[in-house]
Design a protein around this ligand. Structure first.
Ligand SMILES: [Zn+2]
Length: 123
């Protein structure tokens, strides 16, 4: 298991992952504060619930992102970071720099997106 990344590049990506994780965590913290029961009277309750559902959805997305980042950091520890989970090729540094938590090379990702009915976008 070898990637084409140099130690310096890996360090740079690790810093990016940690920074992304921190900002997600503060975002989640903020969402959780928004989730606190509204101090509204009877009339405000319905509206409060709608806002809460939206915030809950946002929090779920953030949690999934944190998981992906954690997975990438773990992969960095065991040396599998930067390798495509699908075809095993080395993901270029340029791509990792834009999306450091990615686990797929461009070819596999676009194939995957096409398989999910991506073509419908222009319908
Ligand atoms: Zn691949």
């Amino acid at each position: 298991m070898n990637t084409t990344l140099t130690a310096a590049q890996r360090e740079e990506l690790k810093a990016l992952l940690l920074a992304a994780r921190r900002s997600l965590e503060s975002q989640m913290q903020q969402n959780r504060e928004n989730l606190a029961p509204p101090a509204a009277d009877q009339d405000g309750i319905e509206q409060g619930n709608v806002v809460r559902e939206v915030d809950q959805a946002l929090t779920n997305i953030d949690a999934a992102d944190v998981k992906r980042i954690d997975h990438a950091l773990e992969a960095m520890e065991d040396g599998s970071y930067g390798l495509c989970a699908e075809c095993g090729c080395a993901i270029p540094f340029e791509r990792l720099k834009i999306e450091p938590q990615t686990q797929h090379c461009v070819a596999c990702k676009s194939r995957w997106e096409q398989g999910k009915g991506h073509a419908k976008t222009h319908a």
